[in-house]
Design a protein around this ligand. Sequence first.
Ligand SMILES: Cc1ncc(COP(=O)(O)O)c(C=O)c1O
Length: 464
Amino acid sequence: MRRYQLEALMNSAQMNTATDEKAKRHLLTPAENMSTLGSTSRPMLASGDGIYVTTPEGRRLIDGPAGMWCTQIGYSRGEMADAIAKQAMSLSYNSPWYTTNSPAALLAERIARVTPGDLNRFFFTTGGSTAVDSALRFTEYFNNVLGRPMKKRIIVRKDGYHGSTYLTAACSGREGNWQNFDIHQDRIRFISSPNIRLANGLTEERFLDQLVTEFETTIMELGADTVAAFLAEPFLASGGVIIPPKGYHSRIKALCEKFDIIYISDEVVSAFGRCGEWFASEKTFGFVPDIITFAKGVTSGYVPLGGMAVSEKLISRVSGDSSKGGFFTNGYTWSGHAVSCAAALANMDLIEKENLLEHTRELAPYFQNQLRTLADLPGVVDVRSVGLVGCVECMTQQDSVIASDADKAFANRVDDICFDLGLIVRPIANMCVISPPLIITREQINDIISILRKGIKLAAEELL
Ligand SMILES: Cc1ncc(COP(=O)(O)O)c(C=O)c1O
């Protein structure tokens, strides 16, 4: 056992209700329920190993959602701890505003080897929101340099999620998240979620035609000279693992090319192995975007990092002789952080050494088939999956499409029961999401499915 793991265990033994009290008293966490602030706190996790996390009391749970879809290589990897420690001891920080560091340069070159097309220029950020924010700011900069000040509108989709900065929150189409915030969307236009469950019985082909027509009509209505970008996840992750009809992205991309609109593929969830590829846009979904944003799996969650990859074609239009003397002044104190970039390099080493992309591709059909065996359980209306990510959608009425409070309560009950049975499930409204670390085995997938089955059955007995 490594020193780090031993210390984690000792710390966890020392953690007690006092820590919990401190969390209750002082922490404000994402999506905090303000009505219970101070009286409840979230389950405390003390350590992790492989696909498991452990509470301070020693309860071991399968990490079903891989943290927040990010712990690809699993917990307690000594190689990661070593790489992080080594970089911290050589150069822990440099200002990216007037110096650079070798892990950032090495990482950019390394990712460039696996990005689609000519997406070879990288801007590193602190996470997913700042990656998408930077991509949107880049498109604004781009059009201003090109002398097209009107070309600023962004087309996005209902059910999409792109982050929690002012701009990325405004581009996120889950209305529940807008409550009590001032969301400024004058430059943002929402189009339909590509969710076949909302297709009113259309075939997949007809639904696809309808979505593509809607996109083109929206451009026409707004005026192509006012539309700067289309921003979309390859599959809508937080929206409930919504997988668009086959051919959706390439047809939308063709329209973007026709109207000189930048296609930003938000791969914050789908990149770094989730679909069995470094990036999912080209290999899984069949199109090459102009910009890709990424985060999460790039460091397997060990330290924060995000980034955008921009095509050389775009860069060449606003650099060198075409730069008009401009400075792309978007940036962060932590842009290209040396320790984060060193961690990302070690993470990529491990993914390669352990063939985790091949492993994911091999295991995905098994995971997906197993998940589908839950489709006939009471309360389950849909099971969707791609790569190693899946969603079990629950409804208390079999034929409903829009989730009611009762549907959300049902899914929450499933999550709670699963937690008691040893599995963390990501609760998103009426959907139970599973996206395990990529190192998972068949046996561990069986464990997940068996707990989920029990959880759904017990919740149905209680609530249906
Ligand atoms: C597709 C997508 N984009 C952006 C983000 C925001 O990333 P972060 O939370 O790292 O800022 C997320 C977060 O879940 C995401 O799922």
